[in-house]
Design a protein around this ligand. Structure first.
Ligand code: KG4
Ligand code: ZN
Length: 405
């Protein structure tokens, strides 16, 4: 099955085309084309993602990104297509809310053959609704033009599937030909999802059926990284910046579970609480107070704050995940979402799973697939398509708060 996947939930515009084979017990994926444009540089001056701007950028970039993905997949064949007026009118209506996109889209489809894909997968949530809508309307227009079925994918399921996937090590040379496999999954699987908008623990007891075990009561962990970074005068997105600072003052085997010996100790919010819920707003405020109390802090001291913040986050994430493993009896643990790129969190989880839950298998996505991309949407879209989980184009809508369960 050839899947064309579209991701526009936040600040990356991405389209990937994958060839997928197999079934729920064992599946193999070859990335035929993968095009991604990050808007990070555009949003940086606002210190975060600005939804109206994200929407406009997606609308501007989708056609060129589609062309790039098809070209890489060797599926772009120039040919003049006669588009009946009725189809043109329908497409114009579908894209009416995306300024400029109708003209670019109609021009594109009238100049190339319909690509031989079997399904279009598109993120329908969670995410920023104006941004999600652009991708959805684009998917609807493409589905209309090429007469293809649509699968509405949950972005978080995409993160889970990427974490479950293993990448063949010889497939890194270029994205075309990159291969991924998902097999030997042992249920129940516990998923820790950590991103800019989410912090949750969900258990998959049966394939593709989820229950929420815990979640943040205030800020998402990525949001806390980004806000603390701003307090430390670091650019957006803050996660990688804090990580760099923290790593520079971290000894190799330092898991950071002793708390800071310095005067900069930060709390470990809700760590002793009997739930699997999180809270990061207080931690963020604690950093703010520390900085206010010490206005003349030097660069070296700021590095220690970054390290202490990262230690606190990693420790809380681990303790709550460990509790959830016990409560759910999960055999496998996956971590997904942008924050799972974090070196220290990956290190803590890799070591702690061995020492405290040796019977549980940990799967972490390859770093290049941790932040948002369209490959993850294709993986989830494949399993949904296998189940015939197609959506009628006229009923798909963006759901900014779409949940897994
Ligand atoms: O999953 P993602 O790309 O987008 C959302 O769906 O939110 O996650 C983005 C988040 C941002 O908050 C960013 O600061 C964080 O992931 N992030 C990191 C790292 N790389 C990205 N946080 C900590 N350490 C990192 N290395
Ligand atoms: Zn994400």
């Amino acid at each position: 099955m050839k899947i064309l996947a579209i991701e526009t939930s936040c600040d990356e515009t991405a389209i990937a085309i994958l060839e997928a084979q197999g079934d729920e017990t064992s599946a193999q994926f070859t990335v035929l084309g993968d095009a991604l444009l990050s808007q990070i540089d555009i949003h940086r001056e606002y210190g975060g993602v600005f939804p109206a701007l994200a929407k406009r950028e997606h609308a501007k970039n989708l056609v060129p990104i589609l062309e790039a993905a098809l070209e890489e997949a060797e599926l772009l064949h120039e040919d003049t297509q006669a588009i009946p007026d009725e189809t043109r009118a329908e497409i114009a209506e579908i894209l009416a809310r995306e300024p400029g996109l109708t003209e670019a889209f109609l021009e594109f489809i009238s100049e190339c053959e319909p690509a031989p894909i079997d399904a279009i997968a598109v993120t329908s949530g969670p995410g920023l609704e104006p941004a999600l809508w652009v991708g959805i309307n684009f998917a609807k227009a493409l589905a209309r033009a090429w007469r293809k079925p649509i699968v509405a994918v949950n972005h978080m399921e995409g993160h889970i599937m990427t974490a479950l996937a293993s990448e063949k090590s010889d497939s890194h040379a270029n994205s075309g030909g990159r291969t991924l496999e998902i097999q030997n999954v042992e249920l129940p699987v516990l998923a820790l999802l950590i991103s800019g908008g989410h912090t949750e623990l969900a258990v998959m007891k049966e394939w593709l059926a989820y229950e929420l075990v815990g979640q943040t009561r205030d800020d998402a962990v990525g949001e806390a990284f980004d806000k603390v970074a701003r307090m430390l005068d670091l650019p957006y997105p803050g996660g990688p910046e804090i990580s760099k600072l923290a790593e520079s003052v971290r000894a190799d085997l330092d898991l950071g579970f002793q708390g800071s010996a310095l005067e900069f100790a930060l709390p470990r919010p809700m760590i002793g609480d009997a739930s699997c819920d999180f809270s990061f707003a207080g931690l963020k405020t604690a950093v703010l107070y520390l900085l206010k109390k010490n206005p003349d802090m030097n660069a070296e001291q700021k590095k220690h704050i970054a390290r202490e913040f990262e230690d606190s986050v990693a420790e809380v994430l681990w303790k709550k995940t460990s509790r959830a493993l016990e409560e759910t009896g999960a055999k496998m643990l996956v971590i997904g979402g942008g924050v799972s790129a974090n070196k220290h969190i990956r290190r803590v989880f890799t070591q702690k799973i061995q020492s405290e839950h040796p019977d549980v298998t940990l799967r972490i996505p390859s770093v290049t697939l941790t932040t948002d991309n369209a490959i993850m949407i294709a993986l989830a879209g494949f399993y949904r398509a296998l189940r015939g989980d197609f959506s009628k184009a006229d009923v798909i809508s963006a759901d900014g708060n779409r949940t897994l369960a």
